[in-house]
Design a protein around this ligand. Sequence first.
Ligand SMILES: C[S@@+](CC[C@H](N)C(=O)[O-])C[C@H]1O[C@@H](n2cnc3c(N)ncnc32)[C@H](O)[C@@H]1O
Length: 363
Amino acid sequence: MSGLLAYCRPGFESDCAAELQEKTALLGSYGYCQTKAQQGYVVYRCAAEEAEHLAKKLILNELIFTRQFIAILAEVDDLSSDDRVSAIQLALLDEGLQEVFSAIKPAGELRVETPDTNDGKELSKFCRKFTVPLRQGLRKAGWMTVKESDRRPTLHAFFISSMHVVIGFSFSFNQSPWLMGIPRLRSPSDAPSRSTLKLDEAFQVFVPAHEREERISSGMNAVDLGAAPGGWTYQLVRRGMMVQAVDNGPMAESLMETGQVKHIREDGFKYRPKKKNVTWLVCDMVEKPARVGELMTDWLLAEDCKEAIFNLKLPMKRRYAAVAEYLEQIKQKLMEEGRGRFEIQAKQLYHDREEITVHMRWL
Ligand SMILES: C[S@@+](CC[C@H](N)C(=O)[O-])C[C@H]1O[C@@H](n2cnc3c(N)ncnc32)[C@H](O)[C@@H]1O
């Protein structure tokens, strides 16, 4: 049986499954999820025709707990170490498969991946070595273009162990551009805190590469609520912005020395900028999610910022249902009191633990 395989943070499989179940049902698909705690992925079982349809219509950017998903072409769980390539070629020879997935062939790129678990990390060295021979084998079998192409679908070989692989594909217009759905970011040695990477990742995930220069650029004004010691402010400063950093706690001296930061010792829930010239509002205050969501919505409604990025802490239980409710409240308010179309995206980023990151703006 075919289906989808969704990559998620280990420990969040049930949230990923709950979301997949709901979103696929909205698209008229009634498969079922198979998952185990801490395995770092969820399998949604359905017929091959449905999997191909979902690969196009289930929008990855609209999923919170899925980093990447693939439509399943084949699964082999008895790979022997002497000839894995032939076994994978053989599994892909299935006639029914060829028919349903004829539009996928040839794929333009191959990614050899693992779950984001400790076992997965151990396998990644093997995966790196295996990529070249597998790509050659798939080219010979007509499953891949001779030259890499980003206009064709991508093939994924998702290794659960060195003997067990799931082969699937994603469409170039509905996929994460990164291996395993995780952007590789370098941790800057001079940033005041490690959480700096969260905002860096959020910019990469929520703002498409071709729009970044225009939407995240030098000279813009930004407000950082709950800024201390300055990991997020660091990312804004690095991009040439002028930042109002709101926090009663101390900001890193190195940031203050840039001359781009004004430290405001006020309550982040009360502070508002004097002028309507702020492009980016970011907020990392640890507070009740409903309260943070309301504050962010009010800033947008008052046009005190153009775009906002903020964290919402997750509750202990029924995390997907709770998050869906917070987001629904925000959407309702923006629809009722807003001035028109808006975009809202939410993701559990690689650097998020018990939280998700949300981005919103007027269109
Ligand atoms: C998780 S830390 C922020 C870390 C920061 N983003 C960084 O990368 O360095 C949360 C911060 O929110 C601040 N905070 C919490 N409640 C606040 C409030 N009502 N007004 C202003 N700051 C607040 C705390 O003082 C704390 O420094």
